[in-house]
Design a protein around this ligand. Sequence first.
Ligand code: PGA
Length: 254
Amino acid sequence: MANRKKIIAGNWKLNKTAGETRSTILELRNKLAGLATRAEVVVFPPFVSLETAVDAARETVLKVGAQNVFWEKSGAYTGEVSVTMLETLGLEFVLLGHSERRVLFGETDATVARRLEAVLDGKLTPIVCVGEVLEERESNRTGEVLERQVGGALRNVAPDHIGRIVVAYEPVWAIGTGKTASPAIANDAHTLIRSSIAAMFGRSAADETSILYGGSVKPENTASLMSESEVDGVLVGGASLDAASFAEVVRAAG
Ligand code: PGA
């Protein structure tokens, strides 16, 4: 995986109260203590638990990110949260365009692009999620969909900002279904994503972009996914909720 940053991320979605967030992170820090990993390990709790999460993760290898962010800085946007608000909490990462945001909450490539622009104006590391639905895969449109999503989300990115972006390939048919993409399928999709980035920003920028795989990642399938040359990390949903299984994923990722 060249010299790309290796990232093991846990997307907690709509799970865990602040108290549960604290206890899970405390358990995770015990389990990760003494584990030699060169990966960045990040958890993404719900907004209301972020402050607690940052506090519990202090002086550990664990980092904290948010699951989404709005593009405006302030104003009459009921229910939204700004980049500055997340930064001042001490976060380092933010997920953008997760398929649940796209499918359930009307997120589009255009809104992902606006969020990404706002994030790149600040200091957070964005993880931009892309991935095809089953019907698109079955009708051989995966390449076209990934190219459209990557092109759409990254269309306003300045060349000197591409180095800050992480992409996550999450085939929608593999999310929460127990149906993981095979390592070869993941590797092929990552290669397509990297080609789209190369077409926009050049080969060397593309070669330096970390691309994570997500969709039913578990301790048992992490090592084989991570052994693929184009897979630079994993974005874990269900298996990240339990500290022991998430710690096993981190261990298996090497
Ligand atoms: P899953 O979710 O691991 O539960 O499939 C992955 C994700 O949605 O990020």
